[in-house]
Write a new protein. Structure first.
Lengths: 303, 366
């Protein structure tokens, strides 16, 4: 297309533009090369999961081509989707993730707004502090957290250990700092004049937040939501530590504990479970990406 | 509608004093323009009136009430920002009605007010658009509409035209003036553009380094500047300042610019300056339009001298001529047909009836 248009212009221009478009062509070729490479690299595991999930145990252990299904069967899917155990894991995971996302948003959004806009003593230090807490790995935190829950349980008599809902209190330690941090960035990018205009128009801080900041920073909000959901959905260490009974497990832990018996790996069902488990985040990404459009502040100020 | 008063208002940021004790009385319906170079404290003053900045000391009164600790929303003011600050997710109508909706006005009244403001600003067709679908000038109209629908006591404008291109700026300037003639709301307008200040204001407040240099009507500031800063800031091209001294020459008072150029002062000026000491520390202030080509019918008080022009700038209706007097660059305005040319000698006439004499050290106009 572009070379066609160029041919119509004068000769000196043509040479100049052609060298430019040649650079561009090569840049594009290289980017496609690497993109395809990455795509293959990242798509092999899920494809392999899909292939394996469609095989019977006999076919998996048979020495045939592992990349081909000779006798496709849905038995793994039927078995998992009719097993109360698996549905229980699914339910636990869903409930936890949804509640965690809500809790995270309820804490992060006002926190980020306060840290980004209401200048109070120590707000900048606090904002950095929020991010630093995120840098502490969960593998360091789980023992003190376990101890804390045990102490609370001893004192109050409320059962906290080995209950799936306790994870709703634990996960926000991972999600809140990071989501707050993302939201601070998004809120800080909103022009100061916008909240001043709202302030003069008669909005309270809360109204400024709900009627101006949240709609304007929606892409950031969605990014934070996706993050919080993914973290809760994929979390492995905390549920492994805090829940033990089969009916309290979440998907990642449930699949590994129930489908691996000793040294017997039920590969077909493991792969099916992993594939089904990966579906909700995918659906949520696909759904929210439509709303995840950058540049929502366009037009607010001179751009 | 209300008058606004500032009493010894001070704004201090840590150890920097941005506004150093301002006294200002703004009458009801008045259009006041705060003008000055960047960093002179004009925007800070406006933001203090709006309540967006706390005041360190002094009092701000709107409609007779001290509002020092009143939050912006309760001051009954509306502000138009330099970068428009429209809510990007709302349509034009929603933007304009936001303040009214927050105050739970009846729907019918909101609609009536928005329609009226849109008609006034000629944006009726744009009412359902989002800000990003508007041009700069249209966005600024919407920002003004948002202020108008509130029907506030005071309008505050913070350099509203600075983001527009030159042509649109002139057009919007006229629009703002028209709107003010219709709604008559007390207005405080901040700009660094002295032309905007002169054309819009009932009275102009010239600020410099956190202080008010002079308050007056555009004509007063132009013809009777109080200080060198005002004299140099108002008017384009700027006033010339020439080192000079007063001399007595045979009973008459004369002003000496160079060894070879000295002019007798017109009688009115001579009486006014007679009591002054005959020192060197004086400046003659003369605007370019009072330095014109010499011709046969010069009036009293107009003196001629010969010079060689450095540069000429033909502007169409006039030609600006630049030359040096004892090393001081000087600008004059001559008729395009007066034959001014780069490097050419020319006889110029200085109208001493419109001269100013300044103390070089204090900068005060004498």
């Amino acid at each position: 297309m572009s070379t066609l248009a160029i041919d119509k212009t004068g000769p000196t221009r043509k040479v100049k533009l052609r060298s430019m478009s040649r650079d561009r062509t090569w840049a594009l070729r290289w980017s496609y090369f690497f993109l395809v490479l990455f795509a293959i690299f990242f798509l092999i595991p899920p494809v392999y999961m899909l292939i394996t999930s469609l095989k019977s145990s006999a076919e998996i252990s048979a020495a045939t081509n592992p990349w081909w299904v000779f006798h496709p069967t849905l038995s793994n899917y039927v078995e998992l989707l009719t097993s109360n155990q698996f549905l229980r894991f699914f339910w636990n995971s869903s409930m936890i993730s949804i509640v965690v996302v809500i809790v995270t948003m309820l804490i992060s959004i006002p926190a980020a707004f306060a840290l980004a806009r209401m200048k109070f003593w120590g707000s900048a230090t606090l904002a950095t502090g929020v991010f630093l807490t995120y840098l502490i790995p969960d593998s360091l935190l789980f023992i003190p957290l376990f101890k804390m829950l045990a102490v609370v349980q001893d004192f109050t008599g409320i059962t906290l250990l080995n209950r799936w809902y306790v994870l709703v209190f634990i996960y926000p330690t991972l999600t809140v700092p990071f989501c707050t941090w993302i939201m601070i960035g998004y809120f800080a990018s909103i022009p100061k004049e916008l909240d001043e205009a709202a302030l003069i128009d008669g909005a309270s801080w809360l109204q400024t937040l709900t009627r101006i900041f949240i709609p304007v920073a929606l892409p950031g909000l969605i990014a934070a939501t996706i993050f919080a959901f993914t973290v809760s959905w994929a979390q492995f260490l905390y549920p492994l530590v805090f829940t033990t009974s089969i009916d309290q497990l979440v998907l990642p832990v449930g699949i590994t504990t129930t489908l691996i018996k000793g040294d017997v790996f039920n590969w077909g069902q493991i792969m099916t479970g992993a594939l089904l488990g990966a579906a909700p985040p995918l659906v949520i990404y696909a759904f929210l990406m439509d709303y995840y459009i950058a540049g929502l502040t366009a037009g607010a100020t001179k751009g | 509608m209300a008058e606004v008063a500032l009493r010894k208002v001070i704004k201090r940021y840590d150890d920097v004093e941005a506004v150093r004790g301002i006294d200002l009385d703004i009458a009801d319906h008045e259009f006041i323009v705060l003008v000055g170079p960047s960093g002179c404290g004009k925007s800070t003053t406006l933001r203090m009136i709006a309540g967006l900045e706390d005041i360190t000391d002094g009092d701000i009164m709107i409609g007779g009430d001290v509002v020092n600790d009143v939050p912006p929303k309760d001051r009954d003011i509306a502000m138009v920002f330099q970068n428009y600050a429209l809510y990007p997710h709302m349509t034009v109508a929603e933007n304009m009605s936001f303040g009214l909706r927050l105050k739970h006005y009846p729907k019918a009244e909101i609609k009536a007010r928005v329609t009226e403001a849109a008609r006034l600003l000629d944006i009726t067709d744009l009412i359902d658009r989002k800000p990003k679908q508007l041009s700069g000038g249209q966005r600024q109209r919407v920002a003004m509409g948002r202020a108008i629908v509130r029907n506030p006591k005071v309008f505050l404008f913070d350099e509203p035209l600075s983001n527009l291109d030159a042509k649109l700026r002139v057009q919007m300037r006229i629009e703002i003036k028209k709107v003010h003639q219709k709604v008559r709301t007390t207005t405080v307008y901040v700009t660094h553009d002295q032309v905007e200040a002169m054309t819009l204001a009932d009275r102009v407040v010239v600020m410099n380094k956190g202080r008010i240099e002079q308050i007056g009507t555009p004509n007063e500031l132009y013809h009777k500047p109080a200080t060198r800063f005002v004299a140099g800031f108002i008017g384009s091209p700027a006033m010339n300042f020439l080192p000079c001294r007063l001399e007595d020459a045979g009973g008459a008072l004369q002003i000496r610019l160079t060894d070879r150029i000295a002019f007798a002062l017109p009688p009115a000026r001579a009486t006014r300056y007679n009591a002054l000491p005959r020192t060197d520390k004086l400046l003659l202030g003369i605007r370019p339009e009072h330095l014109t080509e010499s011709h046969a019918h010069l009036g009293p008080g107009v003196e001629t001298f010969d010079t060689v022009l450095d540069v000429t700038e033909p502007m169409g209706m006039e030609t600006l001529v630049y030359f040096g007097l004892e090393g001081t660059p000087v600008c004059g305005r001559v008729d395009p047909n007066a034959g001014a040319a780069d490097g050419a000698p020319m006889r110029l006439a200085m109208d001493l009836n419109n001269m100013h004499l300044l103390n070089e050290e204090t900068g005060v106009v004498l």
